[in-house]
Design a protein around this ligand. Structure first.
Ligand code: MTE
Ligand code: MO
Length: 333
């Protein structure tokens, strides 16, 4: 672990983000037996005796090595890191925007286990360290649009989900991908109390069609702003689907199951008339209680620290339109 800390400090920004240098250093380390458990800097570890009320302890994020993917750079101004990590939806910790940062700091993310099973030839179980060492980590800047009509621009770190799915080899029966968040009421007050947790039946569930899951934009994120994810953003690993409303981007994932049938998703179960399975960003399909034609871009200036801008179809990711070419998107919202 120490060794990696030094390595990171001796590399310039260019070195760290240059793919070949990154790979060479990595394979040297690997051949020496240093990479694997140690491919991440010393790990945040905290549990026991954490109080949900007034504990000042802060979860520690760690720098990650990554490659910038120049294909995924939004021209939009980045949302400040402090906003990205303090204005959150993570109902397992409460329904207020500041509940996650206040109540999630004691989440134990190491050890972690992510199981990939169901309609696959080679089921897989990833440990905490595997999440950071199984695939090259890239940085992608994505627009992120919540169904509540606010948005951010976030530099995520992660790997495309298709790399993971190709590794487990979907069977010919696989048509959908189901995701499940950690269920741990001892650390998640919203799971302990329906009142705190917004009436949701946990664990939080999400799903994608297999072709959506295989799309190159679909990311498994393990970090943001150069570091591992803080718990409030879904540590240690969460989904990011930038052309869909934020609730599809399920946090703190412990299980990915390939299925032949469309899986249930939490917000659709809770209120089917308001939240569909597809949840593609669509300025022409209003939420029953508000318009989706515009959004508040948080942290982008303006009197209240945000600008109101027009919402774009598929959140501006028009390359996904072909996935839905024969579908009525008003019906399948
Ligand atoms: N497990 C879980 N995942 C979740 C949520 C949640 O409450 N629980 N909220 C969703 C919603 S509504 C949004 S907008 C995004 C917010 O992600 P962020 O806090 O990282 O911006 O997470 C999504 N993923
Ligand atoms: Mo959301």
């Amino acid at each position: 672990m120490l060794l990696k800390t030094k390595l990171k400090n001796t590399l310039s920004e260019n070195d760290v983000t240059d793919e070949s240098v990154f790979h060479n250093r990595r394979s040297v380390l690997k051949s020496l037996g240093f990479v694997g458990a140690g491919s991440l800097l010393s790990l945040p570890r905290k549990s026991e005796a954490y109080s949900w009320f007034g504990d000042d302890e802060k979860f520690e994020t760690k720098p990650l090595e990554f490659v910038r993917n120049s294909k995924y750079r939004a021209s939009d101004k980045l949302t400040p890191e402090s906003k990205v990590t303090s204005y959150n939806n993570f109902y397992e910790f409460g329904t207020g925007k500041d509940d996650p940062i206040e109540k999630a700091q004691g989440l134990t993310v190491d050890p972690w286990s992510l199981v990939i099973d169901g309609e696959v030839e080679k089921p897989l179980k990833l440990s905490y360290d595997d999440l950071f060492s199984s695939f090259d980590i890239e940085e992608r800047i994505y627009r992120f649009r919540c169904v509540e009509a606010w948005s951010m621009v976030i530099p995520w770190l992660g790997f495309p989900l298709h790399k993971l799915l190709n590794k487990v080899v979907p069977t010919t029966k696989a048509r959908y991908v189901a995701f499940q968040t950690l269920y741990r009421p001892e650390e998640m007050p919203g799971q302990k109390s329906r009142f705190v947790g917004g009436g949701i039946d946990y664990p939080y569930l999400e799903g994608l069609r297999l072709d959506e899951a295989m799309h190159s934009l679909t990311l498994m994120s393990v970090g943001l702003y150069g570091k591992t994810l803080p718990p409030q953003n879904g540590a240690p690993i969460r989904l990011v689907v930038p052309w869909k409303y934020g609730f599809k981007s399920i946090k703190s994932v412990v299980k990915i199951t390939l299925t032949s049938q469309q899986p249930p998703n939490t917000w659709n179960i809770l209120q089917p008339s308001e939240y569909g399975f597809y949840a593609n960003v669509n300025p022409e399909v209003s939420h029953p209680r508000w318009s989706q034609a515009t959004e508040r871009r948080l942290g982008s200036g303006g009197l209240l620290g945000s600008n109101r801008i027009e919402t774009q179809m598929f959140n501006g990711y028009s390359e996904v339109a072909q996935l839905y070419k024969n579908m009525n998107l008003k019906q399948y919202f």
